[in-house]
Design a protein around this ligand. Structure first.
Ligand SMILES: *Cc1c(COP(=O)(O)O)cnc(C)c1O
Length: 419
């Protein structure tokens, strides 16, 4: 019997892959003595490796100083310092930071802020939401509204408001749309350069730049959802930098604490922030979460930012990408493997021959075969990917790629029909 209701999991007949008892660096240690390399950085949250002593110590020190305190009437150094450091690192004039709990709430905050801001600037007639086909922005109702309508959203379709979806990675289509209909649009949300959960699809920075410019010309508030791409996953600190884009709002979470604690944050341009100022309390953004600006999470995030300098994290990302480049042709030559792609710490490819999509059973076969050799991955159906912590050594990365090659061969090998 399972008491924990595991996420994204059919629990009938379910048995966990193992019980984690310890985690260090790129490795998970299981109760039965197995060591497993965390090939997807525990759902893309882990940046520097598990239990990095700098982050662990920062959390312990903060926990002994003060724990959660209300951020409505008080301020505190962890939140204030983190906001200032993020503002200095964020592109352009994204100078204000609203803290929340996770990626979904960072997106909810962005959508609500954008909607209210349009009203405050006399543009309340703009009621349309725009997003990109195949996107993913989280599992709350607002975030699902702007995500692709798929197997995840199907039971809830009746709850989700309308959204206009533009084609992924098509700057010309975005320009045509915003020129014709942009005056009706309140907000447009995009995952810059990489659609993560939607299938690890890489897009061109040029298409993003054209979309962003067209949205701006049309008076649309642009939200960059960097929950997956932020904190150097694609090379630069922010994927928006690849396109030279400064969005109006930028959502962060996953990697923000280095992977130790949950924290969401939404970066806001000064121009939008100023709209909410006034004598009338109703002009304020009346939104918050109980654990907003959690001091332990903020302390972890500050230590993680220090590590980017101390350990040249972005240099490590470049080295991982260079290893991927060296493996590219070998992977692309494998039978059944299609569209090998990589950028930063991400390498992905598709497997042909099955039904495709998230429910394609080939992903589970790849997972089983890789785990038998000590590598943990979690394919998105027919999309297999690696996204390891940056502490992975060159030898470990070569080993992991070799295991993946074997696992794919194993998963695609013709098997006797079930009797
Ligand atoms: C994971 C993800 C989210 C949701 O974050 P949670 O912390 O799971 O709520 C939102 N947007 C993108 C791009 C993500 O990858």
């Amino acid at each position: 019997m399972v008491d924990v209701w595991h996420p994204f999991t059919q629990l009938q007949g379910f048995a966990p892959l193992g019980t984690v008892v310890r985690a260090r660096g790129a490795w998970l240690e299981l109760a039965d003595g197995r060591r497993v390399l965390d090939g997807i950085a525990s759902w893309w949250v882990n940046v520097h490796g598990h239990c990095h002593p700098r982050i662990t110590e920062a959390i312990a020190t903060q926990a002994a100083t003060f724990d959660q305190v209300i951020l409505a009437d008080f301020t505190h150094a962890p939140a204030a310092t983190l906001a200032a450091r993020l503002a200095a690192l964020l592109p352009g004039d994204l100078d204000h930071v609203f803290f929340s709990d996770d990626g979904s709430t960072a997106v909810e905050v962005a959508l609500k802020l954008a909607w209210q801001a349009q009203g405050l600037r006399g543009q309340g007639h703009r009621t349309r939401f725009v997003a990109l086909e195949g996107g993913y922005h989280g599992d709350t109702l607002g975030a699902m509204r702007v995500g692709a309508r798929d197997v995840f959203t199907a039971p809830f379709d009746g709850l989700l408001g309308p959204t206009t979806f533009l084609p992924w990675d098509d700057g010309a289509a975005a320009e045509r749309f915003f020129e014709a209909e942009g005056h009706e649009v309140a907000v447009c949300i995009v995952e810059p350069v990489l659609q993560g959960a939607g299938g690890m699809r890489l897009g061109s920075p040029e298409a993003l730049a054209r979309l962003a410019a067209a949205a701006r010309r049309a008076g649309v508030i642009l939200v960059a959802d960097e929950v997956a791409t932020g904190f150097g996953r694609l090379g630069p600190l922010w994927a928006c930098e690849l396109a030279g884009v400064v969005p109006d709002l930028l959502c962060m979470s996953k990697g923000i604490t280095g992977g130790a604690l949950a924290l969401g944050a939404t970066g806001v341009r000064g121009e939008l922030f100023d709209l909410f100022l006034g004598a009338d309390k109703r002009r304020a953004f009346l939104h918050g979460h109980s654990y907003t600006g959690n001091p332990l999470a903020c302390a972890a995030a500050l230590a993680s930012l220090d590590l980017f300098d101390e350990e040249d994290t972005l240099g490590r990302v470049r080295a991982i990408d260079a290893t991927y480049a060296a493996w590219h042709d070998r992977l692309a030559a494998l039978p059944g493997v299609r569209d090998v792609r990589h950028r930063g710490v991400l390498l992905a490819f598709d497997l042909e021959g099955g039904p495709g999509g998230y429910l394609d059973p080939v992903g589970v076969r790849v997972q089983r075969a890789a785990l038998a050799q000590g590598l943990y991955v979690r394919p998105l159906g027919h999309v297999v990917y690696l996204l390891p912590p940056t502490c992975i050594t060159p030898d470990e990365l070569d080993w992991a790629l070799g295991v993946l090659v074997d696992a794919v061969g194993d998963a695609l090998r013709p098997r006797p029909a079930a009797s």
